[in-house]
Design a protein around this ligand. Structure first.
Ligand code: HEM
Ligand code: HEM
Length: 187
C-alpha cells in the first residue's frame, strides 16, 4: 500500500511545533541516557559533580519541554491515522504514545524527588533553582530514585525501542508515509 510520500498535505502531518518538540526531546533523552550511564555511581553522601549536575539540568529542560509538548498536544489537532491501518495497530500506537508521555513526565518527577531527598540543588544550568519536591532525607524520595534508575528508565528505553521499530517498519516494510508525518516537509 505504498503512497506517494512527498504528497502528504498539511493535515496529514504533525505541525512544525509538534515536530520540533518531538525531535528536540529525542536528542535530549539520548543525551540524558548517555550522561546517566557515564556519571559516577550515586551512593549515600555522593556530592553532585559536573556530570550529575548536567543530568539534573538536562532533566529540568526535558521536564519543561514535555509540559510544553503536552500543552500543545492537548490544544492542537493531530493527523488522523493513515488509511488502512488495522484497528489493533492504531490501538497499540495510541497506548505506546500515551505511555511514552506518561514516562516522560514521571521520570523527571521521580529524578527531582530523588535529588531533593539527597539535598542536591536542582537548577537549569544555574539560571534558576527548583524548590525541593520532597524534604531532605525523605524515604519517599529515595524510593522514587530507585524506581527512576532501576525501573522507569528501562521502561522508557524498551518503549522507545518498540516505537522506533514500528517507525522503521512503516518506513521500510509498509512504506505508507507514517515517518514522513514527523519529518520536515520535502522541498
Ligand atoms: C527522561 C529523563 C531522564 C532519564 C531518561 C533519566 C535516566 C536516568 C538513569 C538511567 C539513571 C541511573 C543511572 C545509574 O545507573 O547510575 C538516573 C539516575 C538519576 N537521575 Fe535521572 N533521568 C531523567 C531525568 C532526571 C531528572 C529530571 C532528574 C532531576 C531533576 C534526575 C535525577 C536523577 C538522580 C538524582 C539519579 C540518581 C538516582 C538515585 O539513585 O537516587 N533524572 N537517571
Ligand atoms: C526518545 C525517543 C522518542 C520518544 C520519547 C518519542 C515519542 C513520541 C510520541 C509521544 C509520539 C506521539 C505523538 C502524538 O501523537 O502526540 C511520537 C510520534 C512519532 N514518532 Fe516518536 N519518539 C521518539 C523517537 C522517535 C524516533 C527515533 C523515530 C523514528 C523512527 C520516531 C518516529 C515517530 C513517528 C513517525 C511518529 C508519528 C506516529 C504517527 O503518525 O502515528 N520517534 N513519538
Amino acid at each position: 500500500m505504498a503512497i506517494a510520500q512527498a504528497a502528504l498535505n498539511d493535515s496529514e502531518r504533525y505541525d512544525g511545533v509538534a515536530r520540533f518538540l518531538h525531535w528536540a526531546m529525542f536528542m535530549l533523552v539520548a543525551a540524558q541516557f548517555t550522561v546517566a550511564w557515564t556519571m559516577p555511581p550515586i551512593e549515600w553522601g555522593t556530592e553532585p559533580e559536573i556530570l550529575i549536575n548536567l543530568h539534573l539540568s538536562l532533566g529540568v529542560l526535558l521536564m519543561m519541554l514535555v509540559i510544553a509538548r503536552l500543552a500543545w498536544r492537548l490544544t492542537h489537532a493531530v493527523p488522523p491515522p493513515v488509511a488502512g491501518t488495522p484497528a489493533w495497530q492504531r490501538w497499540v500506537a495510541e497506548l505506546t504514545h500515551f505511555t511514552l508521555y506518561a514516562l516522560l513526565l514521571v521520570l523527571p518527577l521521580t529524578g527531582w524527588a530523588a535529588a531533593s531527598a539527597r539535598g542536591w540543588a536542582v537548577t537549569l544550568f544555574g539560571i534558576f533553582r527548583l524548590p525541593g519536591l520532597v524534604p531532605e532525607d525523605a524515604r519517599s524520595g529515595f524510593k522514587a530514585g530507585d524506581m527512576h534508575a532501576d525501573l522507569l528508565s528501562w521502561a522508557l528505553l524498551a518503549l522507545v525501542g518498540l516505537h522506533v521499530a514500528a517507525g522503521l517498519y512503516h518506513q521500510f516494510v509498509k512504506r505508507d508515509g507514517v515517518l514522513q508525518r514527523m519529518l520536515p516537509r520535502r522541498r
